[in-house]
Design a protein around this ligand. Sequence first.
Ligand SMILES: [Zn+2]
Length: 498
Amino acid sequence: MLSCLAVVACAWSSRMRLPPFLPHLKGLRLAEIAASDEDVTLHLYATRRTAPCSSCQHRSHRVHSRYHRTIADLPWSGTPVRLRLRVRRFFCRDATCPRRIFAERLPQLVDRYARRVHRLHNALQRIGLALGGATGARLSVTRRLPAGRTTLLGLLRAAPLPPVGQPSAVGVDEFAWRRGRRFGTVIIDLEHRRPLDLLPDRDADQAAAWLQQHPQIATIARDRSELYADAATRGAPAAQQVVDRWHLLHNLGEALEQFLLHKRTVLRDAAGTLAATEPTPSTDPPPAELPPLPWQQRAVEAVRQRHAAQLARHEAIHQLHAAGTDIAHIARTVGVSRETVYRYLRLPDPPAPMRLLARRAALNPYLPYLERRWAEGCRNGKRLWREIREQGFTRSYSAVARFVARFRRVERTANQSTRPGERQHDRRPRARLPCSAPALRRFATGLRADLEAVRAGLTEIWSNGPTEGFVHQRKLRKRQGYGRAGFDLLRQRLLFAV
Ligand SMILES: [Zn+2]
């Protein structure tokens, strides 16, 4: 290191210009170089004879006084470098200017009042951006860049964010921050696939206010929640809303899975019937019970997970309530609506897992018979019950009563929607499938309520893919450790990265 410094020192006489490998020192001359075991100090001064007044911009050459200013530069071969600048104060020569004395500035090198040159400032900002406060501070120590955690976070907070510009198509979605307990809103430019802004809450008012500030937006891709539909309708009433295809298919998949979960006994019986009718190549005895199919395992697992989440929620809500926390705070902490908090508080005991309709399963073998009798015109529930009891049905009348009530409902609906001429032919309940599948019915109702946006989702080119990608990328960043970060820092870090 010292030999390197010797070369540098020999190359510069006190009146020489600085060499080209230090472009940020252009316009300065080196008066002296002082190297110690601790650091290197360059004594510098500006060479221009005049400087512009900071108020009126008139140049002046009348020097009032001089002072010294010390700033940090990037290290040389691991040795910290300090610049000791001799700065002049000038008299302003414009009699009308309110400023009489001004100090010369070196905008290409350092900001007013800053303690680091631009290139050190930028290097530290990039470290803070990539690694956050604590990890970034550890790295900067090994790189001999003098900055602590607080400094890095301060630099990150002060980083200028890229302008939002004039996006015409945006994606809106939620994202979880702080271990999934707090949810915010992310807004993505779908054309350029970059995040435009992060909002601290999953809140329709905030999203609507943001959209109102950008009236040129013509397309909004969103999930299927009412919250963002409401935000888009209020914030950009003229924009076309597009339901995201992924969410659409995902919700359909969930509805189908729930439907199949309810039908698992019928499906197992059907699978058994099929297996029995097929010729058996071997004489081995058939297995006592068919192993569960993959979708059945998933369905049971889904029920288990949902119940586990319900239990955790119940416990958290009751604990917070017992500690005197108010309802709004509980809702925010647990990540549910206030109505849900009230509903859980009304339940003294944890909710039971969803029943897999064992009662209806007992009736399943008799359904074809009951349907045939119903089609023949038999409407007497007790009589139907007695008839299937003779065939071996062992349960109480209530299961049959539910069946009869359901068929009556279906028949009413079918009669309302059938043309009068058709009514007498077919008394079989046509709408039986949707009626016994509330999950599919809910899905269909949701589609109808949001039909225009659903249609756009299936025909327009826009989807929320870039938004989902961003949310995923954000999860990766969170894993890099950002414990102390509040929302403002998180927003700075993710948007500045663009
Ligand atoms: Zn002036």
